[in-house]
Design a binder for this molecule. Structure first.
Ligand code: MN
Length: 242
């Protein structure tokens, strides 16, 4: 069973082909979006597969260009249980837009809280503590995608009950491996972040979530089929958690 908890299906050059292959292979995909405007079109990719779910998002890296779409976000919110990609980005290129990022993220979280919570796939690059500050007291189930914070931030996120989706690109680094080794086994899920995330300069596809299994198995000291089973059970318990 392959699970890709964070993939930008709509950004592949042939999204329908990728969606059809996911359906054929029976892959579970959380198809995240970067703007509320993309939600309707992206939802169409999931129309004939029960295993592809579309998440409503507003990516922190474009928050400064799309802040006005928070109204559309609110209007679409009742139609989905899944949110993403949302979050904050504290890296050099986006730091100048920090205030608007924060304003957008706060608006979104407030709306989610008002609606009783959602599953949320969250970006926290160089901003984990700030993301966790904002998540305090918000209803819903946060899934930190490609977590790259410090060990201390990781501990805080674990204590807050966050889930973590980890992919081949994260596991390709020593730091990523070391972080994954400290996440409770029952809160780990797989992802790709394709087509943004690449391995050997090639964009990842949803079925490449399977590449994570080998490395996760090394960390857990389990056989690959055992790790696959743990992750599938996590996925099932996640979906029962709200
Ligand atoms: Mn992403």
């Amino acid at each position: 069973m392959i699970i890709d908890m964070h993939c930008h299906l709509d950004l592949y050059s042939d999204p329908y082909k990728v969606a059809a292959e996911c359906k054929e292979r029976g892959i579970y995909v959380l198809s995240v979006t970067t703007t509320p405007k993309a939600w309707n079109g992206t939802s169409k990719l999931a129309e004939d597969s029960q295993r592809i779910r579309t998440a409503l998002g507003l990516h922190p890296q474009i928050a400064h260009q799309r802040a006005h779409e928070v109204e559309l976000f609110d209007a679409l919110l009742p139609s989905t249980k899944y949110i993403g990609e949302i979050g904050l980005d504290g890296s050099k290129e986006y730091k100048e837009h920090w205030n608007i990022q924060l304003k957008v993220f706060r608006h979104i979280l407030k709306s989610i809280d008002r609606e009783g919570g959602r599953y949320m796939s969250i970006h926290s690059r160089l901003s984990a503590n700030a993301v966790l500050d904002e998540l305090e007291g918000i209803a819903g189930t946060p899934i930190l995608h490609w977590f790259s914070g410090t060990k201390k931030e990781l501990k805080r996120a674990i204590d807050m009950g966050c889930w973590f989706s980890v992919g081949p690109a994260m596991l390709a680094t020593k730091k990523g491996m070391s972080l994954v080794s400290e996440i409770p086994m029952d809160h780990v899920l797989t992802e790709t972040d394709g087509p943004f995330a690449k391995i050997s300069r090639k964009p990842l596809f949803p079925w490449d979530a399977e590449l994570s299994i080998k490395q996760i198995s090394d960390i857990w000291k389990l056989r690959e089929e055992e790790s696959r089973e743990v992750i599938f059970n996590n996925f099932k318990s996640l979906l029962c958690s709200s």
